[in-house]
Design a protein around this ligand. Structure first.
Ligand code: NAD
Length: 285
């Protein structure tokens, strides 16, 4: 199956990054969101990112222009997805937001269209259950920031077909990414591990064991991490971290995934990280 048209639902941190790499790789790509202002924000992130690549001479100005010419935006999902060969959903990490989208995509898209989700931990089989094509539903878990991070976790549910897996691996590899195939289980592999790091770091801060600068510093120096847990949480989005922990906790009942109270307080006061200009470093730095 040849992929020509890609539709990305959601133009936030991840959706804009996925749309960017898709357009850069030569696919006609449409990014969908609920409001034009969100799409404008997504496009401005993409232009900034491509501009940096040009500045650092990683790509030529002409490549940037071509990528931008392949990128389209729409607040009309029906129009944008009706002739897409591959759809990637990247909206909020909440089943109640994602499920209606899969119900609609089932109605809108041709029967051969593959429906992928960038979910970080919601079961792919649950999303597939909203469609009549569970064999064509798969997880493509890109990492943040998408244009820079090489790895993509490919999540195969019990019903994802080998053909869908093959097409998805070829597509994601064509974006210059490397893939690892994992089973459909809460948090997959990456988030089973990294969410515990965020949770434990927040507990250390609550216990006043060390400052956030020192916690980040010692982890970077000791384990060769490029970023400390708080720097990374601010980049990922603290609301995203809480949603991830809640999701794994609700699905498994494992106490260690119960979000640290401090993480929840941060979300309640609107300190959700870099995307809103205020996170751990603005409050505790
Ligand atoms: N942020 C990360 O580091 C990261 C990493 C890997 C995976 N993910 C996953 O990627 C997905 C998106 O996360 P994000 O960080 O980009 O979120 P985000 O909050 O930055 O963006 C979500 C976007 O989806 C849009 N949206 C919501 N409902 C919609 C609808 N019905 N139709 C169209 N658009 C809609 C919102 O307006 C928003 O622009 C989540 O499932 C998340 O778990 C996030």
């Amino acid at each position: 199956m040849a992929i020509k048209k890609v539709c990305v639902i959601g133009s936030g941190t991840m959706g804009s990054g996925i749309a960017q790499v898709s357009a850069q790789a030569g696919y006609e790509t449409t990014m969908v969101d609920v409001k034009q202002e969100f799409l404008d924000r997504g496009m401005s992130t993409i232009k900034k990112s491509l501009g940096k690549f040009v500045e650092k001479e990683k790509i030529k100005q002409e490549e940037m222009n071509k990528a931008l010419a392949r990128l389209h935006t729409s607040i009309d999902m029906e129009n944008a997805a009706k002739d897409a060969d591959y759809v990637i959903e990247a909206v909020f990490e909440r089943a109640e937001v994602k499920l209606p989208i899969f119900v609609q995509l089932e109605e809108i898209c041709p029967t051969e269209t593959i429906l992928a989700s960038n979910t970080s931990g919601i079961p792919v089989s649950l999303l597939a259950s909203a469609t009549k094509r569970p064999n064509k539903v798969i997880g493509t878990h890109f990492m943040n920031p998408v244009p820079l991070m090489k790895g993509v976790e490919i999540v195969k549910s019990l019903l994802t077909s080998e053909e869908t897996l093959k097409v998805s691996l070829d597509f994601v590899n064509s974006l210059g990414k490397e893939t690892v195939v994992v089973k459909d289980s809460p948090g997959f592999v990456t988030n089973r591990i990294v969410t515990l790091v965020f949770n434990e770091a927040a507990k250390l801060l609550e216990e006043n064991l060390a400052s956030i600068e020192d916690i980040d510093k010692i982890e970077k120096l000791s384990h060769n991490w490029p970023m400390g847990p708080f720097e990374l949480a601010d980049m990922v989005g603290i609301d995203v971290v809480v949603d991830l922990l809640e999701g794994i906790y609700q699905q498994t009942g494992w106490e260690r995934y119960k979000p640290a109270p401090l993480l929840k307080r941060m979300v309640e006061i609107g300190y959700t990280g870099r995307k809103v200009g205020k996170g751990f470093y603005q409050l505790f730095g």
